[in-house]
Design a protein around this ligand. Structure first.
Ligand SMILES: N[C@@H](CCC[C@H](N)C(=O)O)C(=O)O
Length: 287
């Protein structure tokens, strides 16, 4: 590594440029890749997301050119979990992705539509402030269970483009040890599952609280698709198909609206905190 001088932009790191950002402290490394030249691998993602030896993140988002799938979308959100696995969708990541596109001048503020593995998503945002994202269809499935430290929780399977098991519980959320993955029924979730533990005050509610253990990332401070799953299940428990709920997560608060047609929107913060360039240690074949 060359000598460092404060303010110097001469460091000859040979890996790609990156940004760090988060949405309610669900944090991501973004790799801007307008020309589609970056070759991501599971190994590279794991190295970048390592919180000791890398930059540290819950996932990596490659800001990629639209795929040739006939959607016409100019950008594709190529989302990877910290363990190097791919996911169909990331709600908090979508907001940060949209925030990057506007901050970089790659898209104008207002309404923008981009592609994800779960299909097209639309974001609404200004030059600054919160971002609202259309989360597509939210489909409630059957009952299933999760177990944490031998304690069993009843839940409902929810498809938000990616798989969730949302468990309403009276157990104080702070008591849960989510340092290891909850047990779940692999016959119901053969591709793994994100598990939400949801506290819903008695009676008609305007706000719920949630903790989550994410497939491929462990416990995170927030999961956007998870908040949508949690809200849909909490509304259903209230006898409502549609409605708006605030969702408190360890990393902040988002607002979820489920519409009569079964689609949802997610609104919350999206923050970019740093920009830099990867060293070859995080990008083994660089240079
Ligand atoms: N944190 C994300 C979800 C990321 C993907 C998830 N871990 C999966 O594997 O499905 C969100 O904000 O939605």
């Amino acid at each position: 590594m060359p000598a460092y001088e404060a303010g110097s932009e001469d460091l000859e790191f040979t890996g790609p440029a990156f940004l760090k950002g988060h949405g309610t402290e669900n944090d991501f490394v973004l790799l801007p890749d307008r020309d589609g030249r970056i070759e991501l691998t599971a190994e590279r993602v794991r190295a970048i997301c390592d919180r000791r030896a890398g930059i540290g993140a819950d996932g990596v988002i490659r800001v990629a050119p639209g795929r040739n799938t006939g959607t016409g979308a100019e950008f594709f959100m190529d989302y990877w979990n910290a363990d190097g696995s791919l996911a169909e969708m990331c709600g908090n990541g979508s907001r940060v992705f949209a925030r990057f596109l506007v901050a970089a001048g790659w898209a104008a503020p207002g309404t923008l539509t981009f592609d994800t593995r779960a299909g097209l998503r639309t974001a609404w945002l200004g030059e600054q402030g919160p971002v609202r994202v259309d989360m597509g269809p939210v489909t409630l499935g059957g009952a299933s269970t999760a177990a944490v430290a031998g304690r069993r929780f009843e839940g409902t399977a929810v498809d938000v483009g990616n798989p969730h098991l949302a468990c309403l519980t009276d157990v104080p959320l702070a008591e849960l040890d989510l340092s290891t993955a909850p047990d779940f029924d692999a016959t119901v979730f053969p591709s793994g599952v994100n598990v939400e533990f949801v506290h819903r005050p008695a009676g008609p509610v305007a706000e719920i609280a949630m903790r989550v253990h994410e497939r491929g990332s462990g416990e995170t401070r927030s999961c956007g698709t998870g908040t949508v799953a949690a809200a849909a299940v909490a509304l259903a428990a209230d006898g409502r198909r549609a409605g708006t709920l605030g969702v408190r997560v360890p990393g902040g608060r988002v607002v979820v609206t489920v519409a009569d047609d079964g689609t949802a929107t997610l609104e919350g913060p999206a923050v970019l905190v740093a920009v830099g360039r990867l060293d070859a240690t995080l990008w083994p074949d660089a240079g």
